[in-house]
Design a protein around this ligand. Structure first.
Ligand SMILES: [Zn+2]
Ligand SMILES: [Zn+2]
Length: 390
């Protein structure tokens, strides 16, 4: 009896300074959470409000990522009125090469995230849901990507540059949607204690700040690659191209920040360089007419630590390269799709290694795990490989 009273008391009074602060918070001031609303219309008495249910939360997010806009660098000039569902891993060419019964294994979407409670793993998804975004008008999509949509990979820097351009636009599309996502998620603390409210709002502020840094760096990549597309000049795209004899069961399209080498050693200290854009690279693994091609590429004006990583890759035992690129993809990108039967046939410790590498990819600020060790311990894919420089 006594114990119960005590615990109820401590729940309502903990921490005391918080309750005191909240009691004194002026009702007509902008709310402490940063929503822009008055306190009385926002967090006043939030602990007594009805919690938002899971399906309502997901429904609220839905519209954010379906808001069509053209991200072509000339937009809105020359835009047509129709928007297309653009794909970075094409449905016809690439997804169909690995899909089974209309499904692939991919990163969890919002429904899955709630179901899995944030546990990192891959899930089965319909091919129609995978990797698309509504980020181009039909005119700019047709006129810009004709080469990569209609001809097989030719190994040229232009081909790689166009793939990188479309991927950068996809990432920008998502990154620029995050403020709207955060705004929506501010309501998720309805019914929570004051401490719980502060915890969620702090996490959201952190997510907002991180994504602002990520958006700044991505904008820079976008400007660099747009310039190449605009001038039809791709000689500033540097990197490595790999060609594999075997078809890869894992595909990837990604623009990511690079702060560590393939052994997990830090080359760029983010904590000391918040004002400097983080070095970036593009990684693509896609089907080829006679197997698979992949590239790790960067723009010459952003070149800092990327050549070190490229050199390490070239020095690796070639038999390790296929698995190494797969782990790099999983660690640095959320735009990965996998053939279902291959994923399900993997030994459980290899699957666990993928999930661990994926779990280390938890921020926008490139916490790269020890890719070389993952690949060494988990030889998940083998193929003969040739490498060349861009
Ligand atoms: Zn508020
Ligand atoms: Zn357009």
């Amino acid at each position: 009896m006594r114990r119960r009273r005590l615990s109820r008391q401590s729940a309502s009074q903990f921490p005391p300074y918080l309750n005191d602060q909240m009691a004194k918070y002026p009702r007509n001031q902008p709310c402490w959470c940063g929503s822009g609303k008055k306190y009385k219309k926002c967090h006043l008495n939030r602990e007594t409000q009805t919690p938002i249910r899971q399906h309502e939360a997901i429904r609220g997010f839905g519209g954010v990522f379906d808001e069509a806009r053209c991200l072509h660098h000339e937009a809105p000039n020359g835009c047509s009125s129709q928007f297309v569902r653009a794909h970075t891993i094409s449905k016809r060419g690439a997804l169909s090469a690995i899909a089974e019964d209309g499904h692939v294994v991919a990163y969890p979407n919002l429904h899955d995230v709630f179901r899995l409670k944030g546990r990192p793993t891959f899930v089965r998804r319909g091919v129609n849901q995978a990797t698309t975004f509504v980020g181009f008008c039909s005119h700019h999509d047709d006129s810009t990507f004709k080469l990569i949509d209609t001809t097989p990979f030719d190994g040229s820097s232009k081909y790689c540059g166009l793939l990188a351009y479309r991927e950068t636009c996809r990432e920008l599309f998502h990154k620029e949607s995050i403020p709207a996502v955060v705004q929506h998620a501010r309501e998720f603390d309805k019914g929570r204690s004051e401490v719980g409210q502060h915890k969620l709002q702090l996490e959201l502020k952190m997510a907002e700040a991180m994504s602002a840094i990520g958006a700044r760096d991505l904008r820079r990549q976008y400007d660099l690659i747009s310039q190449c597309v605009d001038q039809d000049k791709f000689s500033n795209c540097k990197g490595l191209v790999f060609r594999f004899d075997a078809p890869s069961p894992l595909l990837c399209s990604s623009c990511f920040s690079l702060s560590h080498d393939i052994h997990g050693d830090m080359l760029f200290d983010l904590t000391k360089n918040f004002d400097t854009p983080v070095p970036s690279a593009w990684l693509e693994i896609l089907p080829d007419t006679c197997g698979t091609f992949a590239f790790l590429m960067w723009h010459k004006d952003d070149e800092t630590i990327q050549p070190v990583v490229a050199k390490q890759l070239l020095e690796e035992d070639p038999t390790r390269i296929p698995s190494l690129l797969m782990f790099l993809a999983v660690a640095c990108s959320d735009n990965v799709v996998i053939r279902p039967s291959w994923w399900e046939s993997l030994a459980s410790d290899h699957r666990a290694a993928f999930e661990a590498a994926m779990g280390e990819n938890t921020t926008d600020l490139a916490l790269n795990p020890n890719i070389a060790k993952y690949a060494n311990d988990n030889p998940v894919w083998s193929s003969s490989v040739t490498a060349s420089r861009l």
